[in-house]
Design a protein around this ligand. Structure first.
Ligand code: ZN
Length: 135
């Protein structure tokens, strides 16, 4: 037997056994899984600490890009936005006019009630619409 096959003859079964043990432990031991996860979390934390400056720079760049995009959109649609605002203002103006008119009418129109049944009737009506009696 050559020296290489001798090494393989020893190491391959060891590797297979290690993999087998690792798999069994992963399946059966929550503690072992937890330890592995904790290591991974530690590694992530270490990675974050190491790349703090880069992450900050990325965040800043992303923020700037967002602001620039917003600015571009606003610049491109300035006229449309102005028109929308103007239309909205017109609608509000009209609705205020309508409401003011309704309030004025409500204030000036006296509420007249039938002398006999007490139901509200029109100011100029001679006969009650509800009971038919002459006012
Ligand atoms: Zn009446």
């Amino acid at each position: 037997m050559g020296s290489i096959s001798k090494i393989l003859f020893i190491t391959v079964p060891i590797l297979i056994a290690c993999t087998f043990i690792f798999t069994i432990m992963m399946i059966l031991s929550p503690k072992f899984r937890g330890k592995l996860m904790a290591r991974q979390i530690k590694a992530t934390k270490y990675m974050l600490d190491e790349s703090k400056d880069s992450l900050e720079a990325i965040g800043k760049t992303a923020g700037n890009i967002g602001i620039n995009i917003k600015k571009d959109i606003l610049d491109e649609n300035k006229d449309n936005l102005k028109n929308i605002a103007r239309d909205e203002a017109d609608i509000v103006k009209d609705s205020i006019k309508i409401k003011a008119r309704a309030i004025k009418e409500g204030l000036t129109k006296e509420n007249i009630f039938c002398k006999y049944c007490g139901e509200p009737i029109d100011e100029d009506s001679i006969y009650c619409k509800i009971c038919g009696k002459k006012q």
